[in-house]
Design a protein around this ligand. Structure first.
Ligand code: CP
Ligand code: NVA
Length: 308
């Protein structure tokens, strides 16, 4: 554990904005908060939320996490604020950071999130961009840690699109030294600069594998993870992607090829019967709803650190 909750970086735009030691610290703090072993208060602190894309889990888990810290949240709906009129990010960011103590933003271009953080005087959190979903990865590894206690022999296989969720799993997995395998159709590999950065972090380079064969990728895996094939903003590609991802569904057959102790994760929302079958989501191996709950605990810990 770190001596204090203060992080080296004031923003959380990427999984790589925190060190390996800091990820372990946040996970440990999240566990303590979940078990009511610790009480942290940030009375009267205000979290501003900007969601340019839809959200259920991220929005609500941030709101509840902030209220558990004794603070409040303002959910700024872009369609009823001046954001929809096209007010420059540099103006919105400077104004909001005069009112709020921390701001969480979900948007399309990662560069827009970076622009917010450049102009905000207060910490900015990535609540999902097209490139990364680092808050999701914190909850995912918290869920994995609850199951396997440490990460030493964990093999995490992500089957599906090399998207924002996959990118953050790779980066956070690299910080934690977890073996991460990504199985995706050709042409849907994760972001190349994310892969490059991850390889720079891994001491053992063999721990990151990108493959096009889901059947091989699940052998020896104890975490099977998937996400939608078409992310928000990709609605026009849906028909083609559904064809390209044929054979990449997590079904009972694929689960049976993994380790006996394998658990199933999905960040949700899911397209049941596309990337994952009903019976797998609802099976005894599924930790998907614990994972959703853990969004709240992980973000409460993250907020506590960023507000310290
Ligand atoms: N997993 C996740 O981020 O869900 P929401 O889109 O509902 O926030
Ligand atoms: N990859 C998905 C994740 C949703 C939580 C998306 O970006 O739409």
């Amino acid at each position: 554990m770190l001596k204090s909750n203060k992080l080296g970086n004031s923003n959380f735009l990427s999984s790589l904005d925190i060190s390996s030691e800091e990820v372990f610290h946040i996970l440990e703090l999240a566990k303590k908060l979940k078990n009511n072993d610790i009480n942290i208060e940030f009375k009267n602190k205000v979290l501003g939320l900007i969601f340019d894309k839809s959200s259920t889990r991220t929005r609500v888990s941030f709101q509840v996490a902030m209220s558990r810290l004794g603070g409040t949240t303002i959910d700024l709906n872009p369609t009823t604020s001046q954001i929809v009129r096209g007010e420059p990010i540099k103006d919105t960011a400077r104004v909001l950071s005069r009112y709020c103590d921390v701001i969480a933003i979900r948007t399309y271009n990662h560069s827009d999130l970076e622009e917010y953080s450049r102009w905000s005087a207060k910490p900015v959190i990535n609540a999902l961009t097209d490139l990364e979903h680092p808050c999701q990865a914190l909850a995912d590894f918290l869920t994995i840690k609850e199951e396997f206690i440490d990460f030493k022999n964990v093999v995490l296989t992500f089957i599906g699109d090399g998207n924002n969720v996959a990118n953050s799993l790779i980066l956070c997995g690299a910080l934690l030294g977890v073996e991460v395998r990504i199985a995706c159709p050709k042409g849907y590999e994760p972001n190349s600069s994310v892969i490059k950065k991850a390889f720079e972090i891994y001491k053992d380079k063999s721990l990151l594998k990108i493959t096009n064969d889901p059947n091989k990728a699940v052998v020896g895996a104890n975490v099977l993870y998937t996400d939608v094939w078409s992310s928000m903003g990709e609605e026009n590609f849906k028909e083609n992607k559904d064809k390209d991802f044929d054979g990449f569904t997590i079904d009972r057959n694929l689960v049976n090829k993994a380790n006996q102790d394998a658990i199933i994760l999905h960040c949700l929302p899911a397209y049941r019967s596309k990337e994952i079958t009903d019976d797998v989501i609802d099976s005894s191996k599924s930790r998907i709803f614990d994972q959703a709950e853990n969004r709240m605990h992980a973000q409460q810990a993250l907020l506590a650190c960023l507000l310290s």
